[in-house]
Design a protein around this ligand. Structure first.
Ligand code: PLP
Length: 1004
């Protein structure tokens, strides 16, 4: 069993072997992963005064509810679900592969598998509470430091979605920080998929591209032409983007390109593969030209996990941060971890630079990315440390030696030769063949080899037949022998040999990376200690409102690790990846049913990217109708920050109109109508979260949707809160045109300390033909084929999105079946309603006038004016009161609720459906104890938390004296829990309270 990795082999014949005993994990074997017993449910229903689960939704307009079962299969038993998943995975044909290309494949150290099983690391939330997240924070710090050692860049963020996304963000960042607005010069030798991603994102914005041409006779960029182009346009170009290893596998003249850009004061963005920068590898981008590149972007998935049919990816982004180069950093996207001190001067880590993020700056944020690929950064760091300097060097030399062997075999044959023997290459081999590459690739496949990629079309106006092979440490003797046999069988011996130039030293690394080495045991022990500093939803209620921190089944991770899923390369022929295509097809169809909508794309990798897909679809739709002028997007003021940031990213930055809420926290119809009156003719669309961020269902949704449609606009529903209504509300009846489903919330994907997330987007009929990426259809012969929709807006991922996560959601849905989906939502709402009923007599609730309006899956508590005054007197200013009360939750062994969103003075609680009544009661008891402490001993709030490994962190100092990486000569030393979270969870609530008071020499 693994979380995001596998060490499975190609052996398909073995029967299902889980590697763990599900019976040892009570949540794992509960029906629908709901722990509450029938008695629990009856008792909770009784408390909230309802007779049945259906009654929970009686306040919703009836016509908007599903009136029958979803078109999903019946639920499967645990054993049958495992068997079914195993059978599908066996439909994949795994061959000896030399594909690499868009997604290189390298060996992953076994430690990745083991770290993936450390649930407090793999299932915990984004480390916004540093006192309870040092585990995650340290793993990300390690990632930053190791990547910094490889690249020479001082500031590496803790991940973006993938290479294409990192490139897009790097371009936006470069233009923003240098205040340049002209076209971006893009190397034609970048991957087409990255270029398509950029074009998709640029449409409708002021971002324009010009192509830096390729020289067809060298397979490299045409440097002279680029120089001319820059000379003619020097004042205009806003960034130069180029790859170190280009899409033909040839090395570009990186020094020349960076110096050229610098000559014209143009920021340079280098696309790199970090694996190739190890000792014995290519020159680090900090040394390109006289001063180094300004930004880097790249793919790092292969540093962390197997290909997994293309995802989750790991987008690498870096910028410089030293005495002479500091200014870019404040414009960069994503999350960073910095060194810090707590109030007792302990060394620790904390997220820094967050003032640039969407939750603070909304449409002025530096990016709309929220969930990132955090857990891949965690395991990438572990993998690189476990391999160490020597392991990485060894891997590279194995790749180079395999390549050399292959090139020698080819040199002895006729009809196949190096395409550009005078152009430098590294671990790729670009071959020119005397026949149709497609036929050759097919023949190789018949011999059990995925030989490589047909790249003939990557050189325009060339009639060469080109195949690119990629070498790494993943090909062993067996694979090489198979390749040799094929080449020797297929191409006759030649009398002449072909010479190839050596890779020139100016393109190679000169100094070692000096990465430290650790033994496997030492490292594993260290990561286990890190896990102990975090907490997991496995252990109890993890009440983060809006984040849906529910139980993440082990079965999902086991399924994602099956060889037929984890080892499938996204560019393998479709005949060989029928297993992955079947999963994608089924989930595509199931989400049509779950949402009630006509079309689905499984490509988007996070909620925020789903939002962008939605708005881009609206944009394309309006353009297709000759209504491209529609530039207004209505968004309720209380919406999540990504909604605003996404609208800005889509090109609507100046067209965002805020909608007001009424006193009950719902969209104010009068205000909405006034805005429609004002902007109707220019209305692009509206973005509404439903249930809204206060946990209240927008009962006027369909009226609003109808009026938006009448005005010619489209309706986006932020589906972050689908956990409350999945299988209950038919979104087509609500009037939704596009919605994202966060797989890392409702659909049980582990949060990974910040990601990877995932987002399946469903759309109404008019948008189906515009969907991005590829759709999958089932053929009459039962096979699965993909196709591009007629008017597709383009692509949001180099391949199929975060495929591994699709397997996890699929596995979950197999266990839920058609009945389980609505039951899951019902129990989630019941658990929340129950807690609300208990707690509302102890805390004031928000929104202030919402009173007894039925809450859905979450609710907001606050403090009374007297409480705020008490706290103020005890030294906690009102602005700090709610975050500090959140810290008291940590003392009781829980994570804090969501603080200060959407209400500045709110504590937003979402229990989910995963816990028993006894667990909810204990949680409620703790929340009431916290209120008692606030009222009676407010001084303890100021010093909370008390039992975590560290005290309050000085975030201001950490941001002032930024330290984002350092040379890792040893593993960072770790603080220790003053009381283990597992011990806290086992204590009586009164006992915890007593221990808090004892620290202050107080007693009740
Ligand atoms: C209401 C809401 N919308 C959008 C998002 C963004 O989703 P993601 O983090 O998957 O990009 C979130 C994330 O927490 C959210 O709560």
């Amino acid at each position: 069993m693994s979380s995001l990795s596998t060490t499975s082999t190609h052996d398909h014949a073995s029967s299902v072997h889980l590697g763990y005993d599900p019976e040892e994990h009570p949540r794992e074997v509960s029906r629908h992963y709901i722990s509450a017993s029938d008695d629990d449910l009856a008792s909770m229903l009784n408390k909230v005064g309802l007779g049945s689960l259906q009654d929970l939704f009686s306040h919703l307009p009836k016509p908007q509810l599903f009136d029958g079962d979803l078109s999903l299969p019946e639920e499967l038993s645990y054993k049958d679900a495992a068997e079914h998943l195993h059978q599908i995975s066996r439909k994949t044909n795994l061959h000896s592969s030399f594909i690499g290309d868009l997604l290189p494949v390298w060996k992953v150290h076994p430690i990745v598998e083991q770290v993936s099983q450390l649930r407090p690391l793999s299932t915990s939330y984004t480390p916004y509470q540093p006192e309870r997240s040092q585990g995650t924070l340290v793993t990300h710090w390690i990632y930053q430091c190791v990547l910094s050692a490889l690249t020479g860049f001082e500031a590496i963020n803790t991940s973006l979605y993938d290479r294409s996304a990192a490139l897009f963000e790097a371009i936006c960042c470069a233009r923003r920080s240098r205040k340049r607005s002209g076209p971006v010069l893009l190397a034609q030798s970048l991957f087409n998929e990255d270029i398509s991603f950029l074009n998709t994102h640029a449409r409708g914005t002021d971002l324009e591209f010009e192509m830096a041409p390729l020289n067809p006779s060298s397979g490299r960029l045409d440097y002279a032409k680029i120089e001319n182009l820059l000379t003619n346009q020097n004042t205009n170009i806003s960034a130069l983007v180029f790859p170190q290893v280009n899409a033909l596998g040839i090395l570009e003249e990186v020094d020349r390109l960076v110096d050229l850009a610098r000559k014209w004061s143009i920021p340079s963005i280098a696309v790199i593969d970090p694996m190739l920068l190890a000792t014995g590898g290519l020159k680090p981008p900090s040394e390109f030209g006289s001063h180094g590149a300004d930004f880097i972007a790249g793919e790092a998935q292969h540093l962390a996990i197997p290909p997994s049919f293309g995802g989750p990816g790991l987008g690498l982004f870096g910028s410089r941060y030293h005495e002479e180069a500091k200014k870019d950093l404040r414009n960069t996207p994503g999350r960073y971890i910095g060194k810090a001190k707590d109030s007792q001067d302990r060394d620790c880590f904390v997220m820094v630079l967050s003032t640039r993020e969407q939750h603070i700056r909304k449409e002025k944020a530096t990016s709309n990315v929220c969930s990132n690929q955090a857990f891949l950064a965690t395991v990438a760091g572990a993998n690189l440390l476990a391999k160490g300097e020597n392991g990485l060097k060894h891997g590279l030399s194995q790749a180079l030696s395999s390549r050399k062997q292959a090139s020698q075999w080819i040199g002895q044959r006729e009809g196949i030769e190096l395409a550009f023997p005078n152009s430098p290459a590294f671990n790729d081999l670009l071959l020119s063949v005397n026949q149709d590459p497609d036929t050759l690739i097919r023949r190789a496949r018949e011999c059990g080899i995925h030989m490589g990629v047909d790249v003939s079309s990557r050189i325009p106006q060339s009639d060469k037949n080109l195949i690119k092979l990629s070498f790494s440490d993943a090909q062993g003797e067996e694979e090489m022998a198979a390749l040799k046999k094929f080449i020797f069988d297929f191409f006759p011996a030649s009398s002449c040999t072909q010479d190839e130039i050596e890779t020139p030293s100016h393109l190679l690394r000169s100094d070692p990376t000096n990465l430290p080495g650790f033994s496997h045991d030492e490292l594993l022990n260290y990561y286990e200690q890190l896990a102990n500093l975090n907490i997991s939803p496995d252990d109890g209620c993890y009440p983060l409102g809006s984040c849906t921190m529910k139980y993440n089944p082990l079965l999902n991770d086991w399924a994602a690790g099956l060889a037929g899923f984890a080892q499938a390369h996204p560019q393998a022929p479709e005949e060989d990846v029928q297993g992955p295509l079947e999963v994608l097809y089924e989930i595509q169809e199931w989400f049509k049913s779950i949402t009630g909508l006509a079309g689905v794309t499984t490509q988007p990798v996070a909620g925020a990217q789903g939002e962008l897909v939605g708005l881009k679809l609206f944009q394309a739709y309006h353009h297709s109708r000759g209504e491209g002028h529609r530039n207004i997007v209505l968004i309720p003021k209380s919406a999540h920050g990504t909604n605003f940031a996404t609208a800005a990213t889509a090109g609507y930055g100046s067209g965002i109109v805020y909608l007001q809420a009424n006193e009950k926290g719902m969209i104010d119809l009068a205000d909405f109508r006034q805005k429609i009156e004002e902007h109707g003719t220019n209305l692009c669309g509206i973005m509404i979260t439903n249930p809204n961020t206060s946990g209240i269902f927008e009962t006027d949704f369909s009226i609003i949707a109808e009026e938006v449609h009448q005005a010619g606009g489209m309706v986006y529903m932020d589906g972050a809160n689908m956990n409350a209504i999945a299988g209950i509300v038919d979104l087509s009846k609500l009037g939704v045109d596009a919605v994202h489903n966060n797989l890392h919330k409702t659909w049980t994907i582990p949060h990974g300390g910040g990601g990877p997330g995932d987002a399946i987007v469903a759309v109404s009929e008019p948008l189906v033909s515009f969907l991005p990426g590829r759709q999958i259809r089932k053929e009459e012969d039962g096979g699965f084929r993909s196709f591009v929709p007629e008017n597709s807006i383009g692509t949001f991922h180099r391949n199929w999105g975060n495929f591994g996560h699709k397997v996890r959601a699929y596995s979950y849905l197999l266990r839920l079946g058609k009945k389980g989906v609505p039951r899951m939502s019902s129990v989630a709402v019941l658990s929340s309603r129950y807690l609300f009923e208990v707690l509302r007599f102890h805390y004031p609730t928000l929104p202030g006038q919402a009173g007894e309006i039925a809450r859905m899956h979450e609710f907001i508590l606050t403090l009374s004016d007297q409480d705020f005054e008490r706290l103020e007197k005890a030294g906690v200013p009102k602005s700090q009161a709610i975050p500090q009360v959140g810290k008291l939750f940590l003392d009781f062994g829980f994570h804090a609720p969501t603080v200060a969103f959407p209400e500045v003075f709110g504590l937003m609680i979402e229990p989910t459906e995963s816990y028993t009544k006894a667990e909810l009661d204990r949680f409620a008891h703790a929340v009431i104890a916290i209120k008692d402490l606030v009222e009676t001993f407010p001084q303890v709030v100021a010093s909370a938390p008390h039992f975590t490994p560290i005290d309050r962190v000085d975030e201001v100092a950490a941001n002032r004296n930024l330290c984002l990486s350092e040379k890792l000569s040893h593993l960072p030393s770790l603080p220790v829990n003053r009381i283990q979270p597992s011990v806290l969870l086992g204590l009586e609530i009164e006992e915890v309270k007593k221990r808090i008071l004892q620290i202050h020499d107080l007693s009740e």
